[in-house]
Design a binder for this molecule. Sequence first.
Ligand SMILES: [Zn+2]
Length: 133
Amino acid sequence: MAWESSNRRSRLPADWSTRIVPTVLRVHRGRCHLCGHTGATEVDHVIPGDDHRFSNLRPAHTECHRAKTTTEAIAARARLRALRHRPPEAHPLDRLSSPLTRSPATRGSTHQAATPGPAEDTAESTRDNHPGQ
Ligand SMILES: [Zn+2]
C-alpha cells in the first residue's frame, strides 16, 4: 500500500497494521514502553530504523510516540549539523586582543612622533588664519 511509505520515514511491512501492531500490543498488554502506562495504541521502534522484528517493537501512546519521534528527529538534525559545521577559525575576541599584544610596536611609533615638529607650528598658524567666530 502506497499510503504507508508516503508518510512514514521508513517502509513498514505489509502486515504492519493488520498483524504486527495488534500482536505487539497484545504481547505487551498495551503497556507503553516510553511512559510505562497501559492503553498504548501504536507501536514504536525501540531502535529507530527498519528493524521491524518483534524484539525491536514496543507499544507506545500516540503522544509518547510523537514526542520520541520528534526528539529523534532533532537529535539526528543536531548530529548532521555538528558534522557539517566547523568551529569558526578566529574568535572575534582574539582579533580584538591582538592590538594589545602589539603594544611595543605602538610605543615605537609614539617615539617617532615625539620628534620636534615644525608641523605643529604650521597647524597653529593655520588655525590663526581662520578667525571664524
Ligand atoms: Zn506512553
